[in-house]
Design a protein around this ligand. Structure first.
Ligand code: FAD
Ligand code: SF4
Ligand code: SF4
Length: 1010
């Protein structure tokens, strides 16, 4: 076959789930590039009696892209914008184009594709069309259905069809006069049009549809097939029949890939919204207050109104990135009603906001309102968008569960609907978190359920069924935007009634008589509580084989300390580790491309391959460690062996850069670096530690020895024949250079150097002589000592051993544990707020903060956490002292310079780089530009390893290298620096661009006065 098709276990696991609670192993996974590929796949599906599951970003929440057929992922290759017609305001795109990437391309034209989702940085136009997606601004822009003008697709008989608006006269021209009255139709497409025309021209059918579909005023509905919308003009009796129109895109949008395979879409565009933007965040006094407040806010011409309840806000406390986005929240409100306003000028905006605030406050429902303007609004929406993902960060087996998360009723029915709903929850003894697009009557209600428990599984179904009855009573839609999939399909009959449901089944049968397209979605779905990700009473193969407490890291402590209401503890260390993996809900934030920025996940960003995403890693870990060889993906090799013999486990761990991008950017806090370290250690325990791993993990000792004979070491490392041999034996890429060593360590240089300085008057600072800098760049330690001494501080290198970072990165966790315990013993009495331990290599000092508390003896955890607070990165220390008034710009020269800063990925993940920028602000003549790069691609030894070398350079080439080249190409005389605090990043920049980057503190040390 010409089309790329995989049937291996890794692909099957990666595509067995989506953003929902379902799991089903597909027959295979295909990546088409052309329409011919899709036709070929359609033939294959027919031959093998299977079906195709079109898939884009795979972020569906109702199991739309899970099934036993062949998953056809269009996002990898089919992602080009084909044509933009700015004048006529439309764009023609391939279905795999990511929504935000399309908008990036449209921005220069002053246009955008307005339907949006919380997943807009990775969901694709094809997927949005499949689900009829919409979001925050549906109040003014509607849903995807309102914007699909035309589409091209492959029908189940393999023919290619263009779907657009046709008059009945045009159809008659193509198929013959009154073709719909014929009993036989020679082509599939004729039958499709004939069926819809027959329905539209039959009064009883139209009446049936009108009385059973959701209220016409409800803007959001993605439940069932939109027969009502597609035939709306056909039964418009004010027009003569030949002039009435039909556009099948109306039906195809929201049909979840069950009717045709879309290969191209033409969408309408809107002008970019007015420039001035603000949100008014009303802190509601009670949960009930939010619905009344919503009706008040709707009177003020908002562009959006969103709701976030207190529970979600509280969950964001533990998430590094979202904590930064909570800046506008005062205290601990019960609910936030966020109203967005837009205007051409700030004055107009304020007038509108004043009136809104006055009205809201007059109701007595609102405690306080905060305002956020301009660019910061995106941070408010980022917090709101992370809502669903953050929900999944609730620790333990019970989770806020997507089941009725997408109901919509007209806003005026919301208070009564919610009253009934609260009574329902009380009756079922269930709890729920609320958030969503309240202005259009859509609430994301997520009951907290443990789907591994039989009782909660029953509740899962009961809540779904009972809520469907409430939605029916209020003439709402079971799905306002997320679609039916297999989650809601079962209740469509209940909502619409038997006869209407039968019409939908007829539609499916007419388009896809042989069941070749995404079967068992929307209609004829299996019971909603089957094929779930977890089994009742789920056991873990790894727990049975290793024992419940076999971990090196203390995984359970974080669970036991987690005090989120509803969170359940872990029964042992392995259970806690597995729950950390299960935190991945498949929402797919790890699939955002380099165009979207951020670090997570570098390997995915360069390949756009699902199997290299964090999500895929989490899926593989979950499947392998839970089901082991018993998983059907391994049949017929199901040999009942040890889970730690499954090669897919090692493969996904090896492909992870351990950059910690996911640690902060995954809204569910999936920390793959930590999982990788733990699991690789167990792999090594069983299979032995490979030479390269062993050497890199002991890099500090090897370099100490090497430094004693540094001329010899450097000669061997740099004389081409010996260097080539060493690199070949170790498994490093021949193109990389082994860093030379200095015979004098940083510790020695600093200790000797500081003897000549007079003791500082501002106190003593301990410097961490980390293993990367100690022998490779000892002069950096001197720069630090010089800088601090000039600023009036005393610097001392205390007795300590290596941080253990290199060992962690190679999965030699027991070795790292030894170092952590030793360092804790040596330092915990020594360092405190007055005498902090300061590090210059981000990854090493941050190990003290991030991993040490879980590596020391459990009895020392509390003290290790306290010690961690006094382990600071150099920039954090400088900013702390600036804020205390002990350092200022007056201490530095004001020479003009340009600094292009690339932050270290661990730093970005754990503390951010704001403090580096603030510290560089001490140089008043400096213009600091932050390069919007993620990981540089080197990631410790990853980029050195021969099998990863190309990926490593490709990662650097995405953003970092071009930015460095551009900065260095500037021709004026202003001194220009590329600043990078990470040793590996500096090496990568040198290897990738030929330019030397410096550590930011070298610049500060050069320009400090005195
Ligand atoms: C955290 C989170 C937040 C979300 N927030 C929102 C929200 O605010 N608004 C919203 O509307 N949705 C939301 N969703 C749901 C989901 O993100 C959207 O429905 C999204 O548009 C799906 O796009 P996708 O590219 O991931 O498509 P997929 O999930 O891959 O596919 C969606 C459907 O489209 C079909 N499809 C894909 N490509 C084709 C094709 N070429 N031909 C035919 N059919 C095709 C698939 O078969 C499937 O039925 C959210 C999901 C998550 C996880
Ligand atoms: S790893 Fe995180 S970001 Fe990726 S899908 Fe899972 S939960 Fe989402
Ligand atoms: S640590 Fe980095 S490379 Fe590994 S999964 Fe997370 S984001 Fe991806």
């Amino acid at each position: 076959m010409a089309v790329e098709l995989y049937t291996d276990s890794l692909h099957k696991i990666a595509y067995a789930t989506d953003g929902s609670v379902y799991r089903e192993v597909p027959t295979g996974v295909a990546y088409p590039e052309t329409v011919d590929d899709v036709q070929e796949l359609m033939l294959l599906a027919r031959r093998r009696q299977t079906h195709l599951i079109p898939r884009a970003g795979g972020t569906s929440l109702a199991g739309q892209v899970v099934g036993t057929g062949i998953v056809v992922d269009i996002s990898r290759h089919w992602n080009h914008v084909l044509e933009i017609n700015a004048q006529e305001r439309w764009a023609r795109v391939e279905p795999g184009v990511v929504r935000d990437e399309l908008n990036a391309a449209l921005k220069p034209h002053g246009l955008f594709f307005s339907p949006e989702t919380s997943t807009s940085n990775r969901c694709c136009i094809g997927g949005m069309m499949g689900n009829n997606s919409c979001g925050t601004h549906s109040l003014i822009y509607g849903s995807t259905r309102h914007h699909v003008l035309e589409a091209v697709g492959v029908l189940s008989d393999g023919t290619i069809e263009t779907f657009k608006t046709y008059t009945v006269a045009q159809l008659e021209q193509r198929f013959g006069t009154t073709f719909w009255q014929r009993s036989e139709h020679p082509t599939l497409i004729e039958g499709i049009y004939a069926q819809l025309l027959s329905m539209a021209l039959d009064k009883a059918t139209v009446q049936l549809i009108e009385s059973n579909y959701p209220a016409a005023e409800l803007r959001r509905r993605s439940c069932g097939y939109a027969i009502d919308e597609v035939i709306a003009d056909l039964h418009n009796t004010t027009k003569p029949l030949p002039k009435r129109t039909i556009n099948l895109c109306q039906l195809l949008t929201g049909s979840e890939g069950t009717l045709a395979f879309i290969t191209e879409v033409k969408v309408s565009l809107d002008p970019l919204p007015p420039r001035e933007i603000m949100v008014l965040c009303a802190h509601c006094r009670s949960l009930e207050a939010r619905f009344e407040a919503n009706l008040v806010a709707l009177r003020h011409a908002p562009t959006a109104i969103e709701l976030m309840d207190g529970e979600i806000l509280r969950l964001s406390w533990g998430n590094v990135e979202q904590e930064r986005n909570r800046f506008f929240v005062k205290g601990d409100p019960e609910a936030l009603l966020i109203t967005e306003l837009r205007a051409d000028t700030r004055e107009q905006l304020d007038t509108q906001a004043n009136a809104l605030e006055a009205d809201l406050m007059a109701t007595g429902l609102v405690e306080v309102c905060t305002r956020v303007y301009g660019g910061d609004v995106s941070r408010v929406w980022a917090l709101r968008k992370a809502g669903l993902g953050v929900l999944s960060s609730m620790k333990g087996d019970a989770k806020p569960t997507g089941v009725i998360e997408d109901t919509a009723v007209a806003p005026r029915y919301l208070p009564s609907y919610m009253k009934d709903f609260s009574a329902l929850l009380d009756r079922l003894h269930a709890r729920c978190v609320y958030y969503g697009h309240i202005s259009t009557g859509e609430l994301h209600l997520r009951p907290i359920l443990n789907l591994k428990s039989a009782d909660d599984r029953k509740l899962f179904r009961d809540i779904a069924r009972e809520t469907a009855l409430l939605v029916k009573k209020h003439r709402g839609s079971l799905s306002g935007e997320h679609g039916d999939g297999r989650l809601r399909g079962e209740f469509i009959r209940l909502l619409y009634g038997d006869e209407t449901y039968e019409l939908m089944r007829q539609v499916k049968h007419c388009w896809d008589p042989d069941g070749l397209l995404n079967v068992h979605k929307i209609v004829d779905t299996p019971p909603m509580d089957t094929m779930l990700r977890y089994d009742v009473g789920q056991r873990y193969a790894i727990e049975e084989q290793l024992g419940g407490n076999a971990t090196v890291l203390n995984w359970k402590a974080a669970f036991d300390e987690c005090n989120t209401e509803g969170a359940t503890g872990a029964r042992n260390q392995i259970h806690a580790l597995m729950c950390s993996i299960e935190q991945c809900n498949g929402a797919g934030d790890c699939r955002k491309s380099s165009v979207m920025g951020g670090t997570m996940c570098p390997a995915y960003k360069v390949s756009r391959s699902e199997t290299l995403s964090t999500r895929s890693r989490a899926n593989v870990l979950r499947e392998v460690l839970t089901r082991g060889w018993a998983s059907e993906v391994f049949a017929p090799n199901n040999n009942g062996g040890h889970v730690l013999d499954i090669p897919e486990l090692k493969q996904v761990l090896d492909e992870c850069l351990a950059c910690k991008g996911c640690r902060s950017e995954c809204p569910s806090n999936v920390d793959m670096t930590r999982l990788r370290a733990e699991l690789l250690q167990h792999w090594h325990d069983r299979h032995g530690t490979p030479l390269r791993t062993w050497l890199v993990a002991r890099m500090a000792q090897i370099e100490s020895l090497g430094a004693c004979v540094s001329p010899l070491y450097n000669a061997v490392a740099h004389w081409r024949p010996t260097a080539t041999l060493v690199k070949r034996v170790v498994g490093f890429a021949p193109e990389r250079t082994i860093p030379p060593l200095s015979h004098r360590s940083m510790r020695k240089l600093v200790t000797d150097g500081t003897k000549q300085h007079t003791p500082g008057s501002k106190g003593k600072v301990y410097l961490l002589a980390d293993e990367f800098t100690d022998h490779q760049e000892p002069e950096l330690g001197m720069a630090f000592a010089r800088l601090l001494s000039a600023l009036g501080y005393e610097v001392e290198v205390p007795r300590h051993v290596e941080s253990g970072r290199a060992a962690i990165s190679k999965g030699c966790l027991r070795l790292a544990q030894k170092h952590a315990r030793k360092n804790y013993a040596l330092l915990h009495d020594l360092i405190d707020g007055q005498h902090p331990l300061v590090g210059i290599e981000p990854s090493c000092i941050l190990t003290f903060r991030d991993e040490y508390p879980d590596l020391v003896a459990p009895a020392d955890r509390h003290d290790a956490l306290a010690m961690a607070q006094h382990c600071l990165l150099y920039d954090e220390f400088l900013v702390r002292e600036m804020e205390a008034g002990r350092i200022s710009v007056a201490d530095f020269s004001d020479d003009e310079m340009e600094i292009w800063l690339h932050g270290h990925c661990h730093q970005k993940a754990l503390v951010g780089i704001d403090k580096t920028v603030q510290a560089l602000g001490l140089l008043s003549g400096a213009k600091v530009h932050v390069i919007p790069s993620g990981c540089c691609g080197m990631a410790g030894s990853f980029g050195y390893e021969k099998e990863h070398y190309r990926t490593s350079l490709a990662i650097g080439e995405q953003v970092l290298f071009p930015a460095v080249r551009k900065a260095m190409a500037q021709t004026d005389d202003t001194p220009t620096f590329i600043a990078a605090p990470g040793t590996s990043c500096r090496q990568q920049i040198l290897d990738g661009t030929g330019f030397h980057a410096v550590h930011p503190l070298e610049i500060l040390a050069r320009y400090v006065k005195g």
